[in-house]
Every structure is written in C-alpha cells, then in structure tokens.
Write a protein that binds this ligand. Sequence first.
Ligand code: FAD
Length: 200
Amino acid sequence: MSEQTASEVSEELSAWLEENWDPEITLAEWWSRLSEGRWSHPTLPEEAGGRGYNREQSMAVTVGLADANVVGPPTGLGHMLAAPTIAVHGTQEQIDRFIPEILDGSTAWCQLFSEPNAGSDLAGLQARAIRDGDEWVITGQKVWTSGGHVAEKGMLIARTDPEAPKHQGITYFAIDMQQPGIEVRPLRNDWTRTFQRSIS
Ligand SMILES: Cc1cc2nc3c(=O)[nH]c(=O)nc-3n(C[C@H](O)[C@H](O)[C@H](O)COP(=O)(O)OP(=O)(O)OC[C@H]3O[C@@H](n4cnc5c(N)ncnc54)[C@H](O)[C@@H]3O)c2cc1C
C-alpha cells in the first residue's frame, strides 16, 4: 500500500508524463508505456502490475491524465473485471500470465456468466465443466456476452460440482475464445425499427 498523498501522486505522474507522453507514438506503444510505468491500473497490487493505490490516489491519476489531455489506459471487461479478480484470487503464475496483456491493452476479455436460463440468479447456472486428464471440457451456452465477437479471452463460470448446493460448486475459468468448440453467434433485435416507429 502506497503512503503517497494525492498531490504527491499527481507530481510523480506529471513528471512521468513529461518524460513519456508523445502524441506521435501509436496507441499500442502508449498503452505499453502506461503499463510499464504502472499507471494503467494503479489500484492493483504491485505484484499484479499496479501501485496498490487507494481510491483517492487512483482518482489523482485519473484526473492527472485527463488534465494533461493524454489518452487514458485501456478499458473494458478485462481491465474492469478480469484483472482485479485474477489479482485477488489467482496464483502469481496466473497473474504474470494474464494481467500484463490486459494492462497494455493487447488482449480483450469478455464475461461469460449469463445463460438463457440463468441471468440475475446464477443459482440457475447450467454450463458444466468436467475434468478430463489435464483438460476441462465445458459444455453449455452463454448469452448477452458483450464483446464476445472480438474478445481473445473470456472469464467463464461453470458448474464443477453438480451435487453441491446451487450457489456453490461453481468454478471461474479463464479461457481462450479462439479455440475449436466455441461458436459466437450474434443476437439481433429490432430496436432501430421500434425506435423509428415510436418517434414517427
Ligand atoms: C447490454 C447488456 C450487456 C450485458 N453483457 C453481459 C456480459 O457481457 N456478460 C454476461 O455474462 N452478462 C451480460 N449481461 C447480462 C446481465 O448482466 C444480466 O445477467 C441479465 O441481463 C439478467 O438476466 P435476464 O435478462 O435473464 O433477467 P432475469 O435474471 O430473468 O431477471 C428478470 C427479473 O427478475 C428478477 N430476479 C431474477 N432472479 C431473482 C430472484 N432470485 N429473486 C428475485 N428477483 C429475481 C430480476 O431482478 C429482474 O427484475 C448483459 C446485459 C445487458 C442488458
């Protein structure tokens, strides 16, 4: 946990931006620099590529980046959900494997929780994962998967102990979205036409 005050955080960030911000470099290069400087997700612990900042220190970073008019860090479900979850519950090996490529924006994640019959209440979760030697074989269908068509990785929950009470026996998997057996289909709806009708 860092002991810096918010104004000390702002000063350190300003000095770093002076050295590192360059509007001519690519977005990928800039996000890589932000990640190396530990500014991409400063509330993560140091061992996960962050700075262990609290809310106030982190706000000083957000405001400092905005005031300097520079491009902010990558966003999305990997940044918001996968990285903090892995930082808290993952092994150091999993942290080193998954988090750096989230912090530099090179890997996009999606969230594979909701199912056709399991939305708000995950006790209805039906996706099953069965261990087969070194592999897990997962069977099921997910829905409402924002960014599922572009994500490289997914955080997926599946039932691993069907005998356990419904809110237990569920395991969180980090999976590759580009692998045989995963089929991503679009959900199409008629909202444009409905909207046009309602204003005509
Ligand atoms: C734009 C959008 C993007 C989304 N992106 C993702 C995503 O990327 N990944 C993902 O996993 N999910 C995603 N979701 C799904 C979302 O997070 C919810 O899980 C899902 O919308 C809720 O499920 P449902 O629509 O089947 O509603 P239901 O779960 O059937 O709920 C319907 C109503 O019943 C109530 N209800 C449900 N269960 C109970 C209960 N046990 N007791 C009392 N009341 C209850 C609810 O509060 C609600 O009012 C997304 C949803 C939207 C709209």
